[in-house]
Design a protein around this ligand. Structure first.
Ligand code: DAL
Ligand code: ZN
Length: 361
């Protein structure tokens, strides 16, 4: 009885070994046969052993190499630092359709760019503030302004300078709250009025009944107090302006100085940041003219410190092309501390900040 059982056990064991061996040899023969065919095929095409082992890492690539002629770019491609195996087919197609280097093709495909190759394309897409949905606009703008640098093209298109002031303007999205934009491309409804306007206390303003949105006002008081501690006086001169007030102001400028002058110094009604309740013009105690403000210690202090309180100089001297307005040393815009810090550190106009960081398209 015992012997019978042992015999049975041995049989099972032998069968198992046999089964495992069959499977092992099946795969071994298969592997040796297939890879030998491939290796000699690839060797005949001109690939080195090192290259073949690289190709061998991915079935799709191996297959491609074995049915096509020797391709130096293929090796460059799989060796490149940012090569992504899942995009293999796209690289190959881009390289086939465009005369460009492997490095450029990898960069273009990795960034999901589907656009005919040119040196300009690479220049544009490598710009820090490049926004993919604006690619065609950048290329068109560059076409019309081929003396501009790629940086200028991206910056100006981000500020919508390829569009026509007022004509192509759209309604601004007020749900961005303290990041809502008002400029020659984004307008406010005639009846838009912030619902949290507060009257500025007398010791923070040179004019009575000046108003700001609550958060902007709190931040302005903090700013003004900090300046005061350093012996400086920063006071509101003009803050919130309704559509009607702005309309009267603009029309007065237009009548007195003509439309070109008016449009570079004043917003048309509906396009003014003053209507948002988030902007204000400032002066110091002893200065009565806006034009003189840039020569004051207060202006100097604001240049270095306003961002710490959430304010930015809205129309800087070196960004008039972006903002569409002349340099205004007196006009500050509340955006909150975090955003003001970025705008300060990256030296952006609010217009470009808005396109790249808020709208993202
Ligand atoms: N001065 C600025 C541009 C305004 O009128 O809103
Ligand atoms: Zn202003």
């Amino acid at each position: 009885m015992k012997r019978k059982k042992r015999k049975f056990k041995n049989k099972i064991f032998i069968l198992l070994i046999l089964f495992i061996s069959i499977i092992f040899f099946y795969y071994l023969i298969n592997y040796l046969f297939i890879s030998n065919v491939n290796v000699s095929n690839l060797k005949n095409k001109g690939y080195t052993n090192e290259e073949i082992s690289l190709l061998n890492e991915n079935e799709e690539i191996l297959k491609y190499a074995s049915i096509n002629e020797y391709n130096e770019d293929l090796i460059k491609l799989i060796k490149s630092k940012d090569f992504d195996q899942t995009k293999f087919e796209n690289y190959i197609k881009y390289l086939k359709d465009n005369e460009c280097s492997v490095i450029d093709a990898v960069y273009i495909v990795n960034n999901d760019i589907n656009y005919e190759y040119s040196k300009d394309l690479v220049g544009i897409i490598k710009e820090k503030y490049f926004i993919i949905t604006r690619l065609q606009r950048y290329m068109n703008y560059l076409d019309k302004n081929n003396d501009y640098t790629y940086n200028e093209v991206v910056t100006l298109v981000n500020c919508n300078r390829d569009l026509e002031y007022y004509v192509d303007a759209v309604k601004t999205d007020i749900s961005y709250n303290e990041l809502m934009i008002a400029n020659k491309h984004y307008s406010l409804d005639n009846n838009f009025e912030p619902d949290d306007l507060v009257v500025i206390e007398n010791n923070y303003t040179k004019v009575s009944n000046a108003k700001l949105s609550l958060a902007a006002y709190e931040a302005f008081k903090e700013l003004s107090d900090a300046a005061k501690k350093e012996g400086l006086s920063i006071l509101a001169q003009s803050a919130y302006r309704s559509y009607e007030t702005q309309n009267n102001l603009y029309n007065k400028y237009k009548q007195t100085n003509g439309i070109t002058w008016a449009d570079t110094w004043s917003a048309r009604a509906g396009y003014s940041e003053h209507q948002t309740g988030l902007a204000l013009d400032v002066l110091s105690k002893n200065v009565t003219s806006l034009g003189d403000f840039e020569n004051t210690n207060e202006y100097e202090w604001l240049l270095n410190n306003s961002y710490k309180y959430g304010f930015i100089l809205r129309y800087p001297e070196d960004k008039t092309e972006q903002t569409g307005y002349n340099f205004e040393s007196w006009h500050y815009r509340y955006v909150g501390k975090d955003v003001a810090q970025i705008i300060h550190d990256e030296d952006l106009s609010f217009d470009e900040y808005f396109a790249y960081y808020v709208l993202k398209k």
